[in-house]
Design a protein around this ligand. Structure first.
Ligand SMILES: Cc1ncc(COP(=O)(O)OP(=O)(O)O)c(N)n1
Ligand SMILES: Cc1nc(C(=O)O)sc1CCOP(=O)(O)O
Ligand SMILES: [Mg+2]
Length: 211
């Protein structure tokens, strides 16, 4: 996820359950057609590996057709299996060196760092391509334990060039403060897929807010 612009970019996270893959694929294509999206993370929960693989095979070409990076959440082995652009690892999802061995050096590995500079330094030292701080706001997608201060983004931006992602309850209305603080990407799930005017409208709204 190399940065090609100075601005903060939108990072989409899929719903953790997709009941109609064909219908969601259409929604994803519409969302990606509506504006600039740097990354799509496939974040299915409580499903078997074949379901994740099938979803990746359907959705990854759509992300690539819009020049968005396609990452798999949690599972470096499945990211390697489907030749995704990388993986996002939480603190319980395995270590960066093991994921790097599976994926190789051309792939992106992101790491959840909550509110911890220590975890972020550790992830960077181990070769992560980005770190994620959150949750900055209450999330409709998952219960969150940590609530970092916005200035962790500024401190991180001052001490390193490694990109950082902000996540957690992020909307077009609250994302600007995170971008101004130093977030390279803002990750969003429910504010996109549950937007009252649809995901494409959400992407437009994020792009306007981040311009
Ligand atoms: C960009 C980004 N940041 C954080 C997370 C959360 O990862 P994790 O802590 O492993 O929690 P789950 O997503 O697995 O519930 C993420 N997925 N993406
Ligand atoms: C997947 C995830 N991780 C978080 C963290 O704090 O690490 S918050 C979160 C949920 C993101 O979805 P929404 O944009 O709907 O809040
Ligand atoms: Mg995880």
């Amino acid at each position: 996820m190399s940065e090609t612009t100075e601005g903060c970019l939108l990072y989409l996270i899929t719903p953790d359950r997709i009941d109609d893959l064909d219908d969601f694929a259409i929604k994803l294509d519409e969302a990606l057609s509506a504006g600039e999206v740097a990354c799509v993370q496939l974040r299915l929960k409580g499903v078997d590996d074949d379901t994740i693989i099938k979803a990746a095979e359907k959705l990854m070409p759509i992300a690539h057709s819009h020049d968005a990076v396609f990452l798999i959440n949690d599972r470096a082995d499945l990211a390697a299996k489907v030749d995704a652009d990388g993986v996002h690892l939480g603190q319980e999802d395995g270590d960066v060196p093991s994921a790097r061995t599976l994926l190789g050096h051309g792939k992106d590995i992101g790491v959840t760092c909550h509110d911890s500079m220590h975890l972020a330094y550790k992830a960077g030292d181990e070769g992560a391509n980005y770190v994620a701080f959150g949750a900055f706001f209450p999330s409709d997608t998952k219960d969150t334990e940590y609530r970092p201060e916005t200035d962790i983004l500024s401190v991180w931006d001052e001490v390193t060039e490694l990109p950082c992602v902000a996540i957690g309850g992020i909307t077009p209305e609250n994302c600007r403060e995170l971008a101004d603080a130093g977030a390279h990407f803002v990750a969003a799930c429910s504010s996109v897929w549950n937007h009252p005017e649809g995901p494409a409208a959400a992407v437009r709204a994020f792009n306007e807010a981040l311009a």
